[in-house]
Unconditional design. Structure first.
Length: 95
């Protein structure tokens, strides 16, 4: 198991790689690319089988499946404050 300092350094390095990636439109959202630049996912929950999943928006920056545990229901307002491209919102939209 990694200590807190090692985890913070790994996150800084990996997110930095993605931010500096010049493929796509330049916004680091992954548009224009077919593959994720970096496979960086601390939690290996699999979005790909969840209704609403958008492969092109999956940068592997998430930390789990919050939509599975949030109890979201029709009519709820959802705001994604994460650092990914919004797959949680795409999934929430399909609920």
């Amino acid at each position: 198991m990694q200590n807190e300092k090692e985890i913070k350094e790994m996150v800084k390095e990996k997110y930095g790689q993605i931010a500096k990636d010049n493929s796509g439109c330049g916004c680091s959202c992954g548009c224009g690319t077919t593959e994720n630049a970096v496979d960086f996912s601390i939690m290996k929950d699999d979005y790909s089988k969840v209704n609403g999943y958008v492969k092109e928006a999956d940068l592997n920056l998430g930390c789990g499946l919050p939509t599975e545990y949030a109890g979201i229901k029709v009519g709820d307002t959802v705001v994604d404050l994460g650092s990914g491209a919004g797959n949680d919102v795409f999934i929430a939209r399909s609920i």
